[in-house]
Design a protein around this ligand. Sequence first.
Ligand code: GTP
Ligand code: IMP
Ligand code: MG
Length: 336
Amino acid sequence: MSCSIIVGGFFGDEGKGKIVAHVAHEDNPSIISRGGVGPNAGHTVVVGDKEYGVRMVPSGFVYKNAKLMIGTGVLVDPRVFAKEVNEVGVKDRIFVDGRCGIIELEHIERDRASDHLSKIIGSTGSGCGPANADRINRVARLAKDVPELQDYIVDVPVEVNSALDKGDNIILEGTQGFGISLYYGTYPFVTSKDTSASQIAADNGVGPTRIDDVIVVFKAYPTRVGEGPFSTEMSSEASHKLGIEEFGTVTHRERRVGNWDGKMARYSAMINGCTIAAVTGIDRIDSTCFGATRYDQLTAKAKEFLDQAEDDIGARIGLISTGPEMSQIIDIRDEL
Ligand code: GTP
Ligand code: IMP
Ligand code: MG
């Protein structure tokens, strides 16, 4: 039995979607359940020559033997949910907690019409901030009150905790990243909720004593979308020179790119209670590592980077991603 949480250690978009997809195929969880804010997230999963982008459906959907769930604390946009469920064909195995807050069209309008949210903070315009504000003001509608969602409603905490009682493996999937946590991030340039591992556990109604592993995902070259401080940021000329050009899955804005931030990595690992670190984008440190699946295929330059990163983080690196495709990964968790 093991319950693992996967969260982002920098500013989001670290490649959690890819890591979740890989870990799911290795660990065979019976349930993959999402925490995090809501459809402001955009996870990319590349399997073979197919690229999927999901905002509501857990990115572990590519592992076909798990039930997929959306935890109690996550905001649901019923339109995005219906579209994605249909697109990725998971109607028979996806479930939503009845207490999830609902994003109304009016929340999206409020998000986009607010200069503070859309311009100063640089929100994704997905309605999450206004919907969470309504939840706090206790006027939001909940999933159990939405007819289109009736077929999907379950008590997610009961499902997850019963599966753990039976000895199953469970993955709790985080979204966003540490630097945009409402509490621990660069306030006010943050999202509308905490994004740390404890929040992801709470989003799914799993108590802290039941968590076995917290996998914190770091990106070799961190990125940030939207406004706010980014101490290791480089110019776009410098990032393009490195061959890094990324665009947001939700907003299509170009992501700002920075150098590795060891101090942030350590602080984030501390607050997340990191037991295993994952580092993505090693192919960007040294392109000859692209697609490597064994540690001994890495170059001295890549190994040196990983040694430094491990020192900074203060936890062992068990997963090393060497490209966007799901199988481009070195998994040495068993050897640690
Ligand atoms: P949020 O939940 O929105 O924070 O996103 P995420 O953490 O799931 O990451 P997202 O998919 O938005 O962005 C990561 C990007 O990096 C995607 O385009 C991935 O396909 C890509 N990616 C993941 N791992 C690697 C890697 O090891 N190397 C390279 N070059 N790209 C990668
Ligand atoms: P909001 O969550 O849409 O209100 O946006 C607030 C801030 O968080 C903005 O800077 C967004 O770009 C950022 N943000 C929200 N969700 C994500 C995500 O999943 N990945 C990266 N940045 C995000
Ligand atoms: Mg993303």
